[in-house]
Design a protein around this ligand. Structure first.
Ligand code: FES
Length: 612
């Protein structure tokens, strides 16, 4: 080891990164494959990358750290990983709150009935053994036995090479696996293993893989992880900028997502004791930037007018070309996208809902961005709103991902706020679903005004709410969890600045809803249903969403959480050729409305910022 090489050891994972002295701790964590939340992409703005330096020489405290950390934290060794450089061997403690619970469990998602007809076809064949009077080749025998005369004869060479042995070992009782007209596997009937596929939902924040049995249509396993690209920033634009500005940036981003998919798949396969050779196809949904970064396509032109993606059509690719581990003949089907910022995830939502078979419907996918879809009964319109990642916890001073201890809901009872946390653990921060509740509750009690300002005086407020408020002007804040209710005695607050961020995000989504409804020529009263999709779509209380104004005044019984509908769309496209065709059709008929160029957008946005 060169004398300039140092070791940064991370606890509790017990892994070590070896690097040149001077490496910053978030880069070292990345090298050691330790996940640290880096919501602002290492710009020293979010304060989410806190770690505890146990020992070793590190760089001086920066101005950003002085701003974002208390003196007590700094003196106990807490530092911001993105701001701190290791000057020698260092021991670092990563707090457990970095662990992410991905609420993209399909059990919470809405499925409709669909026909199981995967592209991966399995045929059980009982073939006549060869004889002097039947000297057909092994492949021709199999091809005719499978009644495939109408298809071009295409087979993987590896299958041809083992074909004679498999036929004879199985006494000509075999199972063949086809993808379209390509023979990809042959197994003896006795040894044939289940054919599997995976639907992968690549979110800006989290990636989830659903491992499906393609014969039964059953979900076999789910695995999820934080998108490793978050180290370059929580939002799409930071990723695009990283790919554009950093040497090798695009390749790094692609390698990160491919690596994450490979480990998700291998852990899902391990869960059910299956092998990679059983995995024949992967479908992929994700926003346009995630789609491009997986494929190694340069996404920079989707971030600048006129916002042009490299490819929008459905794409079928060899998994090996992308570096994704599958069966040797495994393929990847990337669902189509609609436009620069309306991606395959929205197509997944529209497919899962079979939106055009419904009455007039509004669908919202609230994740790191907010996508809005409106089906008027005649036209299908979509738009992406620049909601930003506030609802994922970024930009909120004590915001966090959905992890144990995150305040996930807030009730109002007996004139006071009552919080609920994930796993009932002591409160550590606030996650997205609670932001809707808190805002609604503060509005109801009068603690928050229409303009988005927290009440400056206690007059007219319930006493318990007044007791929670402190500070002045932009420093005004509401106590959600006091030291006793909170982890490590660190009280959790929602600040005036946080409310501004919620206002911006809510305003962007609501303006998008208004513009699409107007363009579609329907009113709120015409809507037969409102679907809330997204990781926490099911966790948003309809009444809170209406009260805080992200949704227009719709009767709450019309509002339905549909869970991770984008992921469901990916699963359906994997398990059914008809649903795959539907996805392609919906992407083709969907009209993209560019909100930024709508003459009305600024006015609508300003109006929608109000909590009227
Ligand atoms: Fe370090 Fe945001 S402050 S990543």
């Amino acid at each position: 080891m060169s004398s300039d090489t140092i070791e940064v050891r991370f606890h509790p994972a017990g892994v070590t990164a070896k690097a040149a002295a001077g490496i910053n701790l978030s880069e070292a964590a990345h090298l050691a494959e330790v996940t640290i939340s880096t919501l602002c992409g290492g710009k020293g703005m979010c304060g989410k990358c806190q770690v505890l330096v146990r020992s070793g020489a590190v760089s001086e405290v920066t101005a950003a750290e002085k701003k974002l950390l208390t003196e007590a934290q700094l003196s106990s060794g807490v530092r911001l990983a993105c701001q701190t450089r290791a000057l020698g061997d260092v021991e670092v403690e990563v707090t457990e709150q970095q662990q992410v619970v991905v609420r993209k469990d399909l059990s919470e998602a809405m499925f409709r009935e669909f026909e199981l007809s995967p592209r991966v076809k399995r045929l059980e064949l009982s073939l006549a053994p060869p004889a002097l009077e039947d000297q057909r080749s092994d492949l021709l025998r199999l091809w005719e036995g499978a009644d495939l005369q109408h298809c071009d004869c295409r087979a993987l060479l590896s299958v041809l090479q083992k074909l004679p042995a498999v036929l004879r070992d199985g006494q000509f009782q075999v199972v063949v696996t086809m993808m379209d007209d390509l023979l990809v596997e042959v197994e003896t009937l006795a040894e044939a293993k289940a054919a599997l596929g995976a639907a992968v939902d690549i979110g800006t924040t989290t990636i989830v893989a659903y491992l499906m049995n393609l014969t039964t249509g059953e979900l076999e396993a789910t695995s999820s992880t934080l998108n490793p690209q978050t180290v370059h920033g929580a939002d799409i634009i930071s990723r695009i900028e990283y790919g554009r500005d950093e040497p090798g940036g695009l390749a790094t981003l692609q390698a990160e997502v491919v690596g994450a998919i490979n480990s998700l798949i291998s852990s899902a396969l391990a869960d059910i004791g299956a092998s990679i050779e059983q995995l024949y196809e992967i479908t992929v949904v994700g926003n346009t930037a995630m789609h491009h970064l997986l494929l190694g396509l340069d996404p920079q032109y989707i971030a600048q007018a006129p916002y042009i993606p490299v490819a929008s059509q459905p794409l079928t690719l060899y998994a090996s070309d992308l570096g994704i581990n599958t069966h040797a003949g495994g393929q990847v089907f990337a669902l189509p996208i609609v436009a620069g910022f309306v991606g395959a995830d929205s197509v997944g939502v529209m497919t899962a809902a079979d939106i055009c078979k419904r009455g007039p419907t509004l669908a919202l996918d609230i994740g790191t961005n907010g996508e809005v879809m409106v089906w008027s009964g005649e036209r299908l319109l979509c738009a992406s709103t620049a909601a930003g990642p506030a609802f994922e916890g970024a930009k909120i001073s004590q915001g966090m991902y959905a992890a144990p201890g995150a305040i996930s809901k807030v009730d109002l009872a007996d004139g006071d706020l009552h919080i609920g946390t994930i796993d009932d653990e002591p409160a550590r921060g606030i996650c997205g679903s609670a932001l809707f509740d808190i805002t609604a509750m503060l509005l109801v009690t009068g603690a928050l005004g229409v303009s988005g300002r927290l009440a400056e005086s206690d007059a007219g407020l319930p006493a318990s709410i007044a007791a929670r408020m402190s500070g002045e002007g932009n420093g005004r804040k509401v106590l959600l969890a006091d030291a006793e209710q909170a982890h490590n005695g660190q009280s959790v607050y929602l600040t005036q600045r946080d409310i501004r961020e919620i206002q911006l995000a809510k305003g962007a989504v609501r303006a998008g809803v208004e513009i699409l409804l107007e363009e579609a020529g329907i009113s709120v009263d015409d809507l037969e249903g409102v679907l809330l999709a997204g990781a926490f779509g099911n966790h948003i209380r309809p009444e809170s969403a209406v009260r805080m104004g992200i949704l227009p005044e719709v009767p709450v019984e019309k509002i339905k959480g549909v869970g991770n509908a984008a992921g469901v769309g990916g699963v359906m496209a994997l398990c059914s050729e008809q649903e795959r065709a539907l996805a392609c059709e919906l992407a083709a008929v969907a009209e993209h409305i560019e909100l930024a160029s709508s003459a009305n957008f600024q006015n609508k946005f300003m109006e929608a910022m109000l909590f009227a």
